[in-house]
Every structure is written in structure tokens, then in C-alpha cells.
Ligand binder design. Sequence first.
Ligand code: NAD
Length: 382
Amino acid sequence: MKIAIPVERRAHERRVAATPDTVKKFIAMGIEVAVERGAGEASRIPDAAYQAAGATIVDSPAALLADADVVLKVQRPILAGEEGENELSLFKPGTLLIAILSPYANPDALRQYAEAGITAISLEFVPRITRAQSMDVLSSQSNLAGYRAVLEAVNVFDRAMPMMMTAAGTIAPARVMVLGAGVAGLQAIATAKRLGAIVSATDVRAASREQVESLGGKFVMVESDEVANAETAGGYAREMSDDYKRRQAELVAETLKKQDIAICTALIPGRKAPTLINDEMVYSMRPGSVIVDLAAEQGGNCTLTRPGEVVEINGVSIIGYYNVPSRLSADASALYAKNVLNYFTPLFNAETRQLAVNWQDEIVAASTLTRDGQIVHPNFQS
Ligand code: NAD
């Protein structure tokens, strides 16, 4: 059995799906591992480190993928009709592909996986249950993104974060508001607190109040009966009513004008990110304020975010970087690779040294998109 680790070819992607540490574990299971030359470079992993762990280094994607039984990736392969060499066409039928496949944003890709006979597993669909915590790529990557978002803000903020009492005068602490208190938001709160800021946060899920407060943040939220139904069974947020949105906009507008930094992390799975900061609110902020919009790729929480760019509007910097976990590629790859190893291990029978997947398993069933030439995921049946 052979596992292949290709170079990630999509723009802004610096991560890799395996590290020398996880390669060693696969090899100890009796699996052959091939790594494309340079796959770990952007995560500071030289080819020699993969080789020392027991992997073979392969020069081209065609040679890598031709006889691979399992392909571990971060992002989806380049598909027909996209810029660059069609990677999917290099997979042999029956290959098991494990990656973050973003199927909502790319529904046509599912048809292509099915037609190519690929078994496609999308790790962002792993359910948020206790048994799957060690496989949870959304958590491992969002946690790093939340941390990095605060550092990105601090980097362009021309004031200090903590209160400083000096002989030359006192510097007031910065005020940070975090919009969306999920995994990224909670890490942003913790990071901003550690730097000495005064932190407030908002969310539509009432359960997040306790988590925000336990980190020393002030929780601000629209009080409404709707909040009782704001959380899905999977723990995610729902889209709120127009009335709720109006009241939330008033609350955010009131809070935001007293803030120096806003960290936006609010997402609704499968939908455009909710708009929480409109043009008027940006104009109400003090010059020198900073907004970091981690939702930029999903349409942004701020109306003035330009995805992939840093813009300054009326003295307010708005940071809309793509793929923020990739900006910490070494740590992001290490955690991602561990998640992938933990997902893969129960799919493999160490005695027969073959895949032995239980397709009925809750975690596997929730994350399998295509199998045996069919789209099998319930969310994508036409
Ligand atoms: P996410 O990335 O989907 O969204 C980020 C946050 O934005 C969420 O807290 C969400 O409620 C919030 N949000 C959405 N719309 C909003 C709006 N209009 N205004 C304000 N906030 C809004 O969420 P996530 O970080 O992936 O976390 C989702 C859930 O999963 C949470 O309940 C989290 O506690 C849970 N979780 C569970 C586990 C586990 O048990 N294994 C692991 C990680 C996360």
C-alpha cells in the first residue's frame, strides 16, 4: 500500500499534509510513503527530513500519483477547467483522497471525483464529537488563525496593546472586539488578553458567553428568544432573522466605535459569512483602528474587506488575507498532518496491511463525499 504526499499547488497554500513525524508512523504501519520533491519546503521541512523518516522522494506529480492508493493533501487537487496542470487526471481510479475539499464552494468538483472513481473524503465535515477531536482540522487550523489574526492587527496598529505607566505618561490599553467566538475567536480573545488589551466579544450562540468570560473577555449579545435556536445540532451557528440582524447591527455599531481593533471570525457553514460590520461602522472607528477579517474568503464579515488585500479606508486598516493558517505554515502543517494521521489510522488494518474502512462509521459517513463512482454525501444529492 502506498501513500502519496503531493506539493500543494493552489495559490497562497504553504502547508503540507504530512511531516517526517507522521511519515514515520505510516511506515511503522507497513505503508510505503512517497513525497513529491519540495512538498514540505514552505513549511520548513526539507526533502532530506522526509527521506530520513523513510519516505521516497519523487520528482513529478505524475510519477507520484500513478500508483498511489491514498493521497493526503491540504487543499483539493487542481481539476479540469482550472488554471494549471489537471492533478485529478493523474490519480488512478479507486484512490482514496483525504483533504480539505471545500465542497460547498466547489460543487462541480464532486462530479469530477465521482467520474474519476476517486473516494473523496473532506476533513472539514468530520463531526465535532469527542472521538473525532484529534482529527478536527477546523479546530487545529482556526486556533492558529485566531492567534495570528491578533498579531497581524498588532503589526499595523500604531499604538501599544497593554496599559503602560511610564515617567513620560500613561498609555491606555487597546480595546479589541472579537466578532464570532468559536475556535478562532476564543484564541483571538486569549491572545489579545495576553498582550494586555481590554477585550469584548459577541456571538449568536449563547453557549459562547461562558467561554468568552472564562478568558476574561466581556460578552455582548443581542438578547432575543431566537438565541435559543441559534445553534444547530452540530454546534454551528444558523443564519439569523432580519430583525435579529438589525438589532445586532445596532449593538455592534455602538460597541465598535469605542474599539481600536476588530477581529472578525463569524462563519455559517455552507453559506456566505454574515455581514457584521458595514461601511458606516468602519467610518465610525477612530483613525488608526484595525479590522482583521478572517471570514474574507467566505465573503467577509466587513463590507469593505477586499479578499487577499490590506486596504486603508478613512484611516482604518482592513486586513483580508487569504489562508491565514498558512502564514504559520510550520505549526499549521504539523497539526494538520497529525489530524490526517489520526483520521487515517482507524481506516487501516495493520495485520492485512490494507484499507479496511467501515463506511457506516459516524465520522467516515459524515466526511465521505464520493465513493464507487457516486456522490454519496447527503448534503450534495440533487
Ligand atoms: P465557525 O468557524 O463555523 O464560526 C465561528 C463563530 O462565528 C461561531 O462561534 C459562530 O457561532 C459565530 N457566528 C456565526 N454567525 C454569527 C453572527 N451572525 N454573529 C456573531 N457570531 C456569529 O465555528 P467553529 O469555531 O468551527 O465552532 C463551531 C462549534 O463547534 C462551536 O460550538 C464550538 O464550540 C464547537 N466545537 C466543538 C468541538 C468538539 O467538541 N470536538 C471542537 C471544536 C469546536
